[in-house]
Design a protein around this ligand. Structure first.
Ligand code: ATP
Ligand code: MG
Length: 408
């Protein structure tokens, strides 16, 4: 791969997270290639490659199973770069030298180039020192670099946790002050970044880090409000992230729908409660409206594609149906395609200590083994209504525990 470019007379190095992780003793996820070849020249060397233009041109080159990202050395930021009023760089397609490319990268440890010909490391920015000192340091003036691209603040938290490094104090200091610049980032880019942060073995540490630096409140303002009002909601998010991290470590599938279901549950449940018990909506319309409102607000910050928000809403809307313990209804619910995810979500609520959920979760755990479980005293009224043959009127349910807002 690298040889291909070199044989054609170009400079080419491995760079980025792969080199960094390798040197830090972590198994690298992938490698990026930086080269002096321009995109059309890369295309000539690798006929199978695809050029994708985001903020700058990247070539995707297949190397066996893997796709390598190949980028042309980027040149220095100049006044000719288009910026918005906060200093954010909008377009970026000026090519440069290896050294100029290094100074365009975010952290010193991300700007180490590995030359496979002589196994040497090229280090213009002091990355080797910082690697030894276990410091994540932004290259150049931190405030300026965060203003150029505010996503670097999120990357700082995520990469520091991945490496077990400290964010170097001068690189950490401006973050809380500049956190609101995240509002300028296109919601679709944030969606990708959020998945990297939370569908991750460090999901919980990343969450705590984002909160400590004031970033989480910018990304999930509704959730931040709810978890500050009720410990139980904070607990729910923490438990969800802990189990996500566990699944990632064990190579089990994790889904954005479940993740967002948990992250947005606190403001959703708060709003549904308010609509039903303070504004007098019936429970179904309160839930529907709450889901729509919470999602619409969240989309201003982070674009959640329909293929994730629909199943997420389904997980939510199945929750009240767990309160109907009549055998026929229960059996039918168990055949629902989203039953498993919704049941896992009920377990999560139970673990977080939502009133009444533990007994329910217990009942449903038993119910899945095939026998109809005994209904404990406290759940009795959920199982004793007559079961209509067709779609009868839903049985009136007692609200169990309520949301207990300001008391937690
Ligand atoms: P990981 O792959 O573990 O998420 P990474 O550092 O490899 O971490 P990538 O998004 O794959 O992250 O980026 C590859 C490299 O591109 C980085 O190591 C860095 O050198 C550079 N880079 C990525 N994002 C930025 C950015 N926002 N600003 C400057 N340089 C960046
Ligand atoms: Mg990478």
């Amino acid at each position: 791969m690298l040889y291909g470019l070199k044989d054609a007379g170009y400079e080419a190095y491995m760079v980025g997270g792969g080199v960094r992780d390798l040197l830090a003793g972590i198994e690298p996820k992938d490698f990026d290639i930086a080269t002096s070849a321009h995109p059309d020249e890369i295309k000539r060397v690798f006929r199978g490659c695809r050029l994708i233009g985001r903020r700058f041109m990247i070539a995707h080159v297949r190397a066996g199973e893997e796709i390598l990202e190949v980028t042309t050395f980027r040149g220095p930021i100049t006044d000719s770069h288009e910026r918005d009023e906060t200093g954010r760089i909008l377009s970026d397609n000026v090519y440069g030298t290896l050294e100029e490319d290094a100074f365009r990268r975010d952290f010193t440890v991300n700007a180490l180039y590995y030359d496979i010909r002589d196994f040497s490391i090229v280090d213009f920015c002091g990355g080797v020192n910082d690697l030894q000192a276990r410091q994540l340091r932004l290259i150049g003036d931190p405030e300026l670099r965060y203003r150029e691209d505010p996503v670097r603040m999120l990357r700082a938290v995520r990469i520091a946790n991945k490496l077990g490094f400290e964010i170097e104090p001068l690189s950490a200091e401006p973050i809380a002050r500049l956190a609101s610049l995240l509002r300028e980032i296109p919601p679709a880019r944030l969606f990708d970044e959020i998945l990297k942060i939370f569908l991750n073995r460090d999901a919980l540490a990343n969450f705590e880090g984002l909160r400590r630096h004031g970033l989480f409140a910018e990304l999930f303002p509704g959730t931040e409000r709810s978890i500050n009002a009720a410990k139980r909601d904070l607990e729910l998010v923490r438990i969800a992230l802990t189990s996500t991290a566990e699944r990632v470590k064990r190579d089990l599938p994790v889904t954005p729908a479940f993740l967002y279901g948990a992250l947005l549950w606190p403001p959703y449940a708060d709003r549904a409660y308010e609509l039903e018990f303070e504004k007098g909506h019936d429970s179904v319309s309160a839930q529907t409206q709450a889901a729509e409102e919470v999602l619409a607000k969240q989309q201003h910050r982070i674009a959640i594609p329909k293929r994730f928000s629909l199943p997420m809403r389904e997980i939510w809307s199945l929750q009240p149906r767990f309160e109907d313990l009549r055998p026929g209804r229960a059996k039918r619910l168990m055949t629902h395609p989203r039953f498993r995810a919704a049941y896992d979500f009920l377990l999560l609520r139970a673990q977080a200590g939502e009133p009444g959920c533990a007994a329910l979760a217990n009942w449903w755990t038993q119910a899945q083994s095939g026998v109809v479980p005994e209904v404990p005293e406290e759940l009795a009224e959920m199982a004793d209504a007559p079961e209509p043959a067709g779609e009868g009127a839903p049985k009136k349910r007692r609200r169990r525990g309520g949301r207990n807002r300001r008391k937690a």
